[in-house]
Design a protein around this ligand. Structure first.
Ligand SMILES: [Mg+2]
Length: 304
């Protein structure tokens, strides 16, 4: 998907063309550290919900078993769906395009409405449930922010639907604390594409310079929001697999900002974030984001 995409943005009151048209050339917006904070937008996986290391293979084995597959058919189904899902996430990192669970299943010839597929999906979501729990501190944090007049947003890179994510928030008793939520599965884009951050701000009715974004990924969750003028808070508590890191941190602003090197920056973000002052990262933080030995992540956190 390219800048200027005309697909409707599936959030009430937000139009995809308007979001794209709002982007200045190079979509490089200046952050204003003195601008009042009117909204805080949260990433989901590893931020609202604590980081868990997930066995990607196992989720699709559970899915295939739930479908009733056995022996070679079980193994083939799990292998095929896993490969297509990984390709979808890879396209997101490299091209900035989103994906949806139903599309992934359809791509391997499974009808998402077929009873066997639905049984597989029930098993799949059962596998995921213990990894979707909202962090216990979130309700009090959000209530405190709302008491100060600050709006609460959610913006997640996910293949799951809005309905599914909102069901998780409802289960955990925090849905009514959310003022605006955007899921990449309902847009053409993924973080760190600037369009999706502008859409998240628009869903809250707040200008980007009055938004703060909170997330666990330095590239998607810090470089992305800063490219549209948001401030960003990086919570590096997650064990992000090396293959999911779109470039390494080369600079910070007091440990919070970052800027991707030109060589690894995808084409849609050229010029973004260049006004971020270059400072040297603390040694502990550099070690945290440093390269891991090959094969260090056979098990890794899935997104969502
Ligand atoms: Mg995350």
């Amino acid at each position: 998907m390219v800048r200027g995409d005309s697909r409707a943005f599936p959030v009430e009151g937000v139009d995809g063309r308007a979001v794209a048209a709002a982007l200045p050339a190079g979509h490089d917006r200046q952050m204003n550290p003195s601008a009042a904070v009117r909204a805080v937008i949260f990433d989901w996986g590893g931020t609202i919900t604590p980081w868990h290391t997930i066995d990607h293979r196992e989720q699709w084995t559970v899915f295939a078993r739930g479908m009733g597959a056995i022996a070679c058919a079980l193994n083939d189904t799990a292998t095929t769906v896993q490969r297509v899902e990984e390709d979808a996430w890879r396209r997101g990192r490299q091209e900035g395009v989103s994906a949806r669970l139903d599309e992934i299943l359809a791509a391997v010839g499974l009808d998402p409405a077929d009873p066997a597929t639905l049984a597989g999906l029930a098993a799949y979501h059962g596998f995921w449930e213990p990894h979707t729990l909202t962090h216990p501190v979130i309700p009090s944090v959000w209530e405190e922010l709302r008491e100060k007049g600050i709006r609460i947003g959610v913006l997640s890179n996910t293949i799951w639907s809005r309905e599914h994510h909102r069901g998780i928030f409802e289960r955990d008793g925090v849905l009514d604390l959310i003022d605006g939520d955007v899921y990449s599965s309902e847009t053409p884009w993924v973080k760190p594409r600037p369009e999706i951050f502008l859409g998240a701000a628009a869903s809250l009715g707040v200008e980007p310079q009055h938004c703060v974004y909170v997330g666990d990924r330095s590239y998607e969750d810090v470089h992305g929001p800063q490219s549209v003028g948001m401030r960003a808070i990086w919570i590096p508590h997650s064990d992000i697999p090396q293959e999911q890191r779109n470039g390494k941190i080369s600079s910070t602003t007091r440990g919070r900002g970052r800027q991707a090197p030109d060589g690894v920056r995808p084409p849609w973000s050229r010029g973004a974030g260049r006004r971020t002052p270059r400072t040297r990262m603390p040694r502990r933080a550099r070690r945290r984001v440093g390269a891991r030995p090959a094969g260090a992540h056979r098990r890794y956190r899935a997104r969502p």
